[in-house]
Design a protein around this ligand. Sequence first.
Ligand code: THU
Length: 131
Amino acid sequence: MTDNDIPWEDLAAAARTAMAKAYVPYSTYPVGAAALLDDGRIISGCNVENASYGLTLCAECALVSALAMSGGGRIRAFSCVDGEGNTLMPCGRCRQLLYEFRAPDMVLMTVSGIRTMDEVLPDAFGPQHLA
Ligand code: THU
């Protein structure tokens, strides 16, 4: 699949559906994330907050958990939206979460267009450093 074949609208729609399920009583800032896996599946996740604020789980946490629980795989493309359904940048920690499960040619929809993983997390620390 070339970058041009990535179903960005389907990914954004899945991210918006996930966003609608967010549990955000504290920030009232819902987030939805969706990923196209290298086997063609689309997975998603929403943010889940906690009365102990620092325990908040970003939408990407749910997404990588869904990835593991549904049999694993690699992320070919990623999209994240805010409560208005607009593209949102994954936070720094979540870029690291995504990096762990990236396909070699992974791309992200960002506020500045389609970016590679290396562009949003240059010189990343990763599993290769622990080998
Ligand atoms: N949030 C995410 O779910 N993902 C991100 O990449 C950025 C931030 C959530 C965490 C918290 O529930 C809310 O947005 C406000 O920070």
